[in-house]
Design a protein around this ligand. Structure first.
Ligand SMILES: Cc1cc2nc3c(=O)[nH]c(=O)nc-3n(C[C@H](O)[C@H](O)[C@H](O)COP(=O)(O)OP(=O)(O)OC[C@H]3O[C@@H](n4cnc5c(N)ncnc54)[C@H](O)[C@@H]3O)c2cc1C
Length: 451
């Protein structure tokens, strides 16, 4: 679609910058990208805010479509599975998948965003304006309002068509909701997160760099993802209030006692534990449900702005990138922004609702169920069923993470059926009945289209 009006993208974060690259490849006309931050090509990344992320197949498919994977590959560290650290210090790797290529990748948010911004900025029709905070959208007056963070001046530009990718706290979404043009439901988790650093030891990673490390402790957990500088970013997910909570960790001694009791093997790995625990903010986590995502052909919300989710499936960015991929695919079938925006919402809404639910469910799995004998038995059984019936049975985690051709909604649906089959086949320590398995799978799980 080529347009005479300037297209605005509010928020040059992960989704906004990628979308900028994609729209330019399609030759959509002039594009303005706005962000409230200073230009990340000239400044250091802020610490303490999801420094690194797990990139999986859906995100990679979108990056490949945008033609940027060659620049991103050097930033990626493969993670083969979850390394589970028990309180005793024992560590076991639970592989994510059974094929060589079934890995996810740790990637630094700042470096990834910088590459995407550089790629978007290469196009002559793109203007990127940093230090500009969007204050809201006024569809009735066709205005998009901003404040210049350098001069403090407020001003407006023509609104439509605008794609708002200004993240979980979206100002565009808030302004439209305040006018009653869309409804928003924010479900905050009663657990927060805090990031800490595990530096390299004598220039080498302190843990296996090809795993996502988890210290599951039932009601809470610590995780760590590798960085390209050999360090790890560790994240503590913990209740906000209560006996085991951030509120209870009110002084250094309480923090140290808590870590020594719960994560004794991690304490020596985090030399600046006290200083970082005090200095780094605790972040909130939640799910944002928005309806509708669009106002005619004037505004479309995408990424976290439309549907922020909790991070426990490592899919928020992947889902935001998949939004961009879907919009890119639909572009050639629509000559009007209004019908394009409607089609994007129709295609994505049921899928992001499904991943929002699966992400919440995964929190319980990561912090508690991974240690449960029944869970491990059924996990092994599900891998065996995948080996025997690869065109029908794929564990839900693998469908979400490694199979972008299966939508999130379909993964949720098939996952529920598979769970029933697993429960029926699970006979404790006795071997599973694979004749029954074949019958149930053939009856209940339609064959997947070959990829
Ligand atoms: C602790 C944690 C861990 C996570 N781990 C993973 C993971 O492993 N894998 C994964 O896929 N996802 C993960 N996520 C989710 C992921 O971070 C988000 O889903 C992703 O960043 C969404 O991209 P986005 O572009 O929609 O929003 P963002 O990346 O948040 O970008 C929004 C952009 O808009 C700008 N902006 C905000 N407000 C304004 C305004 N008013 N005016 C102008 N600009 C504005 C911001 O500066 C920013 O550049 C995690 C999230 C958290 C909190």
């Amino acid at each position: 679609m080529r347009t005479d009006s300037v297209v605005n993208i509010v928020g040059a974060g992960l989704a906004g910058a990628l979308l900028g690259v994609m729209l330019m490849r399609r030759g959509c006309g002039a594009l303005r990208l706005w962000d409230r931050r200073p230009d990340p090509r000239r400044t250091r990344a802020e610490r303490g805010r999801s420094i690194n992320l797990a990139l999986a197949a859906r995100g990679i498919a979108a990056l490949e479509r945008a033609g940027v994977m060659d620049h991103i590959r050097p930033l990626l560290i493969p993670m083969r599975g979850r390394m589970i650290h028990e309180r005793s210090g024992a560590a076991t790797l639970q592989p994510y998948g059974q094929r060589e290529d079934e890995v996810i990748y740790s990637v630094g948010r700042a470096a990834l965003n910088r590459v995407l911004i550089e790629e978007a900025a290469r196009h002559q029709d793109v203007t990127i304006r940093f230090d500009q905070t969007c204050l809201g959208a006024d569809p009735a007056d066709n205005l998009l309002r901003f404040r210049n963070e350098i001069s403090g001046a407020q001003y407006h530009v023509e609104l439509g068509p605008t794609i708002a990718t200004d993240g979980a706290g979206s100002a565009v979404r808030t302004s439209l909701a305040s006018k009653g043009q869309l409804s928003v439901r924010e479900e905050w988790l009663d657990h927060d997160y805090k990031e800490l650093t595990i530096p390299p030891v004598a220039g080498r990673p302190a843990l296996d760099p090809n795993a996502l490390h988890i210290w599951p402790r039932g009601g809470f957990m610590l995780i760590a993802l590798p960085n390209t500088d050999q360090s790890f970013t560790a994240t503590l997910f913990l209740a906000r209030t209560g006996p085991r909570s951030f509120e209870a960790l009110s002084d250094s001694q309480a923090v140290l006692d808590f870590f020594l009791e719960e994560f004794p093997d991690a304490v020596p790995l985090i030399p600046n534990l006290m200083a970082e625990f005090t200095a780094h903010p605790a972040g909130q986590l939640g799910t944002v449900h928005t309806a509708p995502w669009r106002i005619g052909g004037q505004v479309l919300l995408l990424g976290d702005a439309a549907h922020a989710i909790v991070p426990f499936h490592g899919q928020g960015m992947n889902a935001a990138f998949e939004d961009c991929l879907v919009l890119d695919s639909l572009l050639e079938h629509h000559s009007e922004w209004e019908s394009l925006f409607a089609a994007v919402e129709r295609a994505r809404q049921p899928n992001v609702a499904a991943i929002a639910q699966m992400a919440l469910e995964n929190y319980t799995e990561m912090r508690a169920t991974v240690l449960d004998a029944g869970f491990l038995r059924r996990k092994n059984l599900s891998l065996e069923l995948e080996r025997r019936f690869p065109d029908r049975f794929i564990p839900r985690y693998a469908m979400v993470t490694f199979h972008p051709e299966i939508t999130y909604a379909e993964a949720l649906r098939r996952g529920a059926v598979q769970e029933q089959i697993l429960l029926e086949l699970d006979r404790g320590d006795a071997p599973a009945d694979f004749t029954l398995a074949r019958k149930l799978i053939n009856e209940l799980l339609p064959a997947l289209a070959p990829t």
